[in-house]
Ligand binder design. Sequence first.
Ligand SMILES: [Zn+2]
Length: 332
Amino acid sequence: MDNFLTSTLKQHAPLISSGTIGAINWHWLDHGVMVIEPIGVEVSHLDHVLLSAGIHGNETAPIELLDQLMDDLLNGRLPLNVKLMLMLGNLEAMRNGERYNDIDLNRLFSQHHQNYPICAETLRAQQLEALTAQFFESAAGRKLHFDLHTAIRESHHVRFALLPYKENEKYSRQMCDWLSSAEVEAIVLNQAPSATFSYYSSEHCGADSCTLELGKAKPFGQNDLSQFAGINNGLRQLVSQGLPQSPPTNVTLKVYQVSQQLTKLSENFEMHFSDEVKNFTAFEQGEVLAIDGDITYRVEQPREWVLFPNPNVRPGLRAGLMLVETEQDAIF
Ligand SMILES: [Zn+2]
């Protein structure tokens, strides 16, 4: 079998769709989607782990990490002790080196694809939803989904996780311990349902999920994968040993929640800070953040941190989020 990423980029389907290599059964489900499981164990009781990348096609480093992971598992260089699905998301965009072609794939999950004219991306969202639901359906063990991304903007926290909105606001401590051990520095709690892949797998499949932002990426083959060493080690440990049994020592995972959203209401919207500002830059109470006609957005809490500022969106859309820090223990 050709290497996973190469065959996906070339649009090559294998001649047979499943088989055995060493101690592993593999199933090719579609372009960019494979499931592998160890032989000789009751698979339904294993942790079911979905690792996805390339939901944004130009976020290459995590795609390369997953490709290497698959290669090492299939070649017996790394033991497999979970049922693992690897998914590469927006294949057209990956081939073109673009974030997306027509519509951002990560805005199309949980039926949001119905709001758009049918295109390759709406069809892919539907397909990934169906394959994800099918994968987790048979799971009697823990269900985990990590959707791997890289950020566009520089960030004070180089690696951070976005946790999907949950009505009960309770998250898995073990997942957060694993994030810490993988050198993720901060988590941000989403305050509302969304159209992202990780919200879909959390809400509709009952998985412990998150979107991981892992630093900046370059075109295929030009990434310095050593920058991603923490997450790489974490993923390898996860697939071969499962989640950590005890919390890592000497790490403090910061936890943020949204305090306010900066919504662009009109073309008059103006940010009051530089375009170069990094994610997680702090602002003090009373500082003006943006002005939009008669409306002035100010820092309301003693201190707030900015995330994903982007004044260039269409009116009606989110131009940035403001965060406050919260206690980690409050979310378990
Ligand atoms: Zn992304």
